[in-house]
Design a protein around this ligand. Structure first.
Ligand code: SF4
Ligand code: SF4
Length: 309
């Protein structure tokens, strides 16, 4: 006899845990009406700046059912990436914690494909696709719908147990599951993230203006950095964790134990002088598997020059 929906759902969550994910939840592959309205307004107001790719595939972005034929469900997963050690040398240029180890896109995608294979081999025959920040998909909204957390005023997904230093990934499959319920938003009256943002990029709760966001500027922005913000970067040269570091829900963040996400000792030990004299060869070696490669050598040098001046 075939397993029922509830049993299949339970088995998939069990399989996700066995594979190593820290959380797994399900929601219907459906139109995200409220999020679509929010995204549309955000794009119309030009808050995405140079990220023109965000304007593409709007219909798909707000409806995962359009990504896989016959799609019924989204399996959302997350993996904690809070590192065991952080850069703590005085005055060194800072990179975001998410880029300490190997590029998460590959790590999570591999685990998702393992999960899909395990589902097909041991639980139920499904057709599906794996996504990690790679396709037009509102990952945080889907994770919220799947009961994995709420979207904080800093725009990150916050899981009550793990906080927001988590990578998200999704499987969109053509099988009905027993769906989870969204969690209560526990930001309450807190505004720590809005107050802490050095460039006031969080213009109001849940609204981020990329134009002033250090994360956007150091990674996505292809031009000169805005001189009027030069004293606000706090030595940051790739990404920015400030609005997450101050979040009370990250105070209890536990270090992850995934070997691929551990920072290289060399990275943690680099001095100010070594950072500012990094050449292309050193950059390629140090960040051979890291997301920092996204900014390319010239981009990192631009960022280093900016925080030096
Ligand atoms: S990532 Fe940094 S610059 Fe961007 S909103 Fe958060 S604190 Fe502000
Ligand atoms: S710092 Fe406060 S307001 Fe901002 S996301 Fe965290 S809990 Fe929510």
């Amino acid at each position: 006899m075939k397993d029922d929906k509830r049993t299949i759902s339970k088995k998939i969550k069990q399989a996700a845990t066995e594979i190593g994910f820290d959380g797994c939840g399900f929601c219907r592959a459906d139109f995200l009406e409220e999020d679509a309205g929010f995204l549309n307004k955000w794009l119309q107001n030009g808050m995405h700046q140079d990220m023109h790719y965000m304007e593409n595939h709007f219909e798909k972005r707000v409806n995962p059912a359009k990504l896989v034929e016959g799609a019924k469900s989204v399996i959302s997963v997350f993996l904690n990436y809070y590192p065991s050690k952080i850069q703590n040398k005085k005055n060194v240029p800072i990179i975001s914690k998410y880029a300490y180890g190997e590029d998460y896109h590959f790590v999570i995608k591999n685990l998702l494909l393992k999960l899909l294979e395990k589902i097909n081999r041991e639980i139920a025959v499904v057709n599906g696709r794996a996504f990690v920040d790679s396709a037009p998909l509102l990952e945080r909204a889907l994770a919220r719908e799947a009961g994995l957390g709420w979207i904080g005023k800093n725009t990150n997904l916050i899981n009550p147990k793990f906080g927001s230093f988590i990578f998200l990934g999704e499987l969109v499959i053509d099988l009905e599951l027993e769906y989870d319920k969204p969690l209560e938003n526990k930001c309450g009256n807190c505004t720590k993230c809005l107050q802490a943002c050095p460039t006031k990029a969080l213009i109001k709760p849940h609204v981020l203006n990329s134009q002033n966001c250090i994360s956007y500027l150091t990674i996505e922005h292809k031009h000169n950095l805005p001189v009027e913000l030069s004293d606000k970067f706090n030595n940051i040269i790739f990404g920015c964790d400030i609005c997450q570091d101050v979040c009370p829900f990250n105070k209890k963040a536990k270090p992850n134990e995934i070997s691929q996400f551990q920072p290289k000792e060399e990275l943690l030990e680099m001095t100010v002088e070594q950072w500012h004299s990094i050449d292309k060869e050193h950059f390629d070696k140090l960040f051979s598997k890291s997301a920092v490669k996204r900014t390319k050598y010239n981009g990192l040098i631009r960022n280093l020059e900016f925080v030096k001046s």
